[in-house]
Design a protein around this ligand. Sequence first.
Ligand code: IMP
Ligand code: MG
Length: 191
Amino acid sequence: MSAGSSAAATTEFTNPNLEVLFNAGQISERIAELGAQITEEYSDKELVLVGVLKGSCVFMADLMRAIDLPLTIDFMAVSSYKDGTQSSGDVEILKDLSNPIRDKDVIVVEDIVDTGLTLSRLLEILGSRGARSIRLASFLDKPEPRIKKELKIDYTGFVIPNRFVVGYGLDAASRYRNLPFIAVVKDPSAV
Ligand code: IMP
Ligand code: MG
């Protein structure tokens, strides 16, 4: 079956409002590096990957398969962007973890850190639950609009400029999460 690759190419070529920033090959190479690093650093730990829904779902799926350890996974859902591209500043917990993280070594898995407001609030909440350690993995780091300057990203996929991007889990008005690449939206008002 060759439907997957031709569908990806079609999506890319038929949307003139998208400009590819990282293609699927570049992404999988980087994920392999991150996975190897985490495998090495967590070999004697009780690793729990906590994915932040929905944006991290694709990164989470690829990253966990690049880590050669007996890890467990869990998910949280928070809402910070309502619809469109503007941050509301509010962080609402929509879904909490299914299992306790007491005495576990947690890596929070995010799609992108922008202002850092979402992650800071989330780390505050998780920080009170007795985990042995909590680190942060973000597929993308967009440092320019950062408000929470003190936020430390331990594992970063790519650092990007201050542009609105979609694909590989990231959405614009709930669409484009399924794109197998990261693309800049040239005109966000036309999404
Ligand atoms: P922050 O709280 O400003 O760091 O934003 C966190 C959330 O905003 C991310 O988890 C995304 O869901 C969303 N977000 C920020 N920048 C982008 C972008 O360029 N494209 C899509 N979503 C974004
Ligand atoms: Mg997110």
